[in-house]
Design a protein around this ligand. Structure first.
Ligand SMILES: NC(=O)c1ccc[n+]([C@@H]2O[C@H](COP(=O)([O-])OP(=O)(O)OC[C@H]3O[C@@H](n4cnc5c(N)ncnc54)[C@H](O)[C@@H]3O)[C@@H](O)[C@H]2O)c1
Ligand SMILES: [Zn+2]
Length: 345
């Protein structure tokens, strides 16, 4: 088992191991004051892993202490209506201020259960139990939660740090290949920000436990220094300005992690064209993107500009985009026109 300390204002640990779900009750009970637990999952993960988690939690908390809520699977479940259903379910299950929620699933479940926990009775404890690679290396750590509104993704949300993150790498065995690759796409970001992580990608990427631990350590290092997102934390948006625009243009048929990977490819090509990085740096990044099954070859950038203007991170003066440098990344302010010119859109 690897344990990564997330040293934010309220520190917590991420436990990463094969078979961690069997042990979840014992792992989380020292961090919680709960008598009752709301287990939030989705309909796919429910059939695969919920019984195991309920059994382990009941061993620690006793029979009848776990109340399970199952969301429909996928992004379309991230609605205010479903959020209210979870909140009502918590109330009907008799959860008190000292009780807790456990989010078992991908980023959708993590965001929904996280926001419900952030707001139920002004905030109860939450434990994140991510079961997709994307959620393991990204969404379960850092405390962001979110619900989609008709006007846009994640417009309703809060920062709410989990009490613990439990990662059972064995759950990846049932994950669809395209979901796994999308997670790797998001993972390339860490190895571009911090080049010393490259070996985990290029040579040892079969060692998933170490890879996940390295990604989480880096995310923790960045978010804890910058808990409410201003400077450093923005580095984690590498590939996201272009990625979000591609996602929106595709009306969200393109997976987030894949869109980000393509976005990283675009930023790499742009930096190379501008003479800001060497061709060996660019080739290394492209090699990692290839492992994630994505690159920016043939991607059509025309007409993306109007989507940049809609980005949450954009303002009237332009966008803060993350550019690739020879030894990492940097944040650079562009006007929308400058940014379009930089990426050749
Ligand atoms: N809070 C954050 O910091 C943050 C960061 C990145 C992304 N996100 C959010 O995360 C969401 C995307 O997360 P995601 O990619 O995990 O998507 P997801 O939660 O929709 O999961 C993808 C699919 O995989 C299924 N699944 C999950 N685990 C499985 C397993 N082990 N075996 C088989 N199937 C499994 C799910 O049912 C779903 O159909 C987006 O809503 C995004 O906004 C949040
Ligand atoms: Zn992302």
């Amino acid at each position: 088992m690897k344990v990564v300390r997330i040293n934010c204002i309220n520190p917590y640990d991420a436990y990463i191991a094969r078979g961690a779900l069997d042990d979840i009750g014992r792992l989380i009970s020292p961090m919680l004051r709960a008598d009752r637990i709301a287990l939030v999952t989705d309909e796919n993960v429910d059939g695969l892993y919920a019984d195991k988690v309920v059994a382990s939690l009941e061993k620690t908390y006793g029979k009848g202490c776990v109340f399970k809520f199952v969301l429909p699977a996928g992004e379309s479940a991230k609605t205010p209506e479903n959020y209210l259903k979870i909140i009502n379910f918590m109330a009907e299950s008799g959860l008190k201020r000292t009780d807790a929620a456990v989010a078992l699933g991908g980023g959708v479940v993590g965001d929904m259960a996280g926001f419900a926990a952030a707001t139920y009775m002004r905030g109860i404890d939450v434990v994140q139990v991510p079961t997709t690679l994307l959620a393991m290396i990204d969404s379960s750590v850092g405390g962001k939660t979110g619900v989609d509104l008709a006007a846009g993704k994640n417009l309703l949300g809060a920062f709410h740090m989990p009490k613990a993150v439990i990662i059972d790498v064995d759950t990846l065995e049932t994950l669809a290949r395209d979901e796994y690759l999308a997670g790797l796409g998001e993972g390339v970001k860490y190895a571009v920000i911090k080049p010393s992580l490259k070996p985990y990608f290029l040579e040892n990427h079969a060692d998933v436990v170490s890879f996940i631990a390295e990604c989480i350590s880096l995310k923790a290092e960045i978010v804890c220094r910058d808990e409410l997102e201003s400077g450093m934390r923005r580095l984690l948006n590498l590939g996201h300005t272009v990625g979000h625009a591609l996602e929106k243009r595709s009306e969200y048929t393109l997976k987030h992690g894949r869109a980000v990977a393509i976005g990283i490819g675009v930023m790499t090509s742009s930096a190379l064209r501008a003479g800001e990085i060497s061709s060996s740096r660019a080739n290394e990044i492209r090699e990692m993107l290839k492992i994630a099954g994505a690159d920016d070859n043939g991607v059509d950038l025309h007409g993306l500009e109007r989507f940049f203007a809609m980005d949450k991170k954009a303002d009237s003066k332009g966008v803060n985009a993350v550019v690739v440098t020879e030894d990492g990344c940097a944040i650079r302010k562009f006007s929308l026109a400058e940014f379009s010119a930089y990426i050749g859109a």
